[in-house]
Design a protein around this ligand. Structure first.
Ligand code: PGA
Length: 249
């Protein structure tokens, strides 16, 4: 049985007080025992969120990390630093990192290797731009993003990877991929994993959908056989909306 997962990516939102209020509300109002729940606050608030979730089953992720363990990389945060405060998960490859910070598949491969060395679980994001979809290139783009950053790994490493398909045209735009578009791409991704590894590995890996998931569309998206949950941006900043999505299976 694959895990159902809902992860909240808070991006560059929440002051310290707001982060504490948001996580306190999520922890106290959570009434779900099956969905795996992950929240990704900004670095500056991450330790407070780790503390606030310590008696709950909510997991905490970083939104990014550097590939090196330490050193002269001003402004950066390493996996070993995250591990030292109890963070076991990291998002890597978000389209905002790829787009605004020039993160390439080659760099992401290094970050993936580093996170796995730290025994972290990775939410690995990828997805096509609108032009790719319009020109019918979306499958090829997604295939390259996955192959170049992940397919050097052995099958056992994939136990520590959660895939997140996030079409760039659907992120923060209010425009969501249709349930059919999401299912079509997720089935394609699972077949890539099956072809490169084997069907057991492909059946085990959770593939999340991200891009304008809301309380009103989550159920329809998650009801698809290959959509195992969501990576939620905007709607993860309101506890009530986030928890409605957590319960949308
Ligand atoms: P959104 O963001 O839900 O606000 O579209 C999703 C994401 O970027 O992970």
């Amino acid at each position: 049985m694959r895990k159902s997962i809902v992860a909240g990516n808070w991006k560059m939102n929440t002051t310290f007080a707001e982060a504490k209020a948001l996580i306190t509300e999520i922890v106290s109002d959570l009434n779900n025992e099956t969905t795996e729940i992950i929240v990704a606050p900004p670095f500056v608030n991450i330790e407070a969120v780790v503390k606030a979730t310590s008696n709950s089953r909510i997991k905490v992720a970083a939104q990014n990390m550097h590939a090196a363990t330490k050193g002269a990389y001003t402004g950066e945060v390493s996996g070993s630093m995250l591990k030292s405060i109890g963070v076991q998960h990291t998002i890597l490859g978000h389209s905002e990192r790829r787009g605004y910070f020039n993160e390439t598949n080659a760099l992401l491969k290094e970050k993936v290797n580093s996170a796995l060395t730290q025994e972290m679980t990775i939410i690995f994001c990828f997805g096509e731009e609108l032009e790719d979809r319009k020109s019918g290139n979306h499958f090829k783009v997604v295939q390259n993003q996955i192959e170049e950053a992940l397919f050097h790994l052995g099958a056992s490493s994939l136990d520590h990877i959660i895939l997140a398909y996030e079409p760039v045209w659907a992120i923060g735009t209010g425009e969501t991929a249709s349930p059919e578009q999401a299912q079509e791409m997720h089935a394609f991704i699972r077949s890539l994993v099956a072809n490169n590894y084997d069907s057991v590995t492909a059946d085990k890996i959770s593939i999340l959908y991200g891009g304008s998931v809301k309380p009103t569309n989550a159920k329809e998206l998650f009801s698809n056989p290959d959509v195992d949950g969501g990576l939620i941006g905007g709607a993860s900043l309101k506890a009530e909306d986030f928890l409605t999505i957590v319960n949308a299976f």
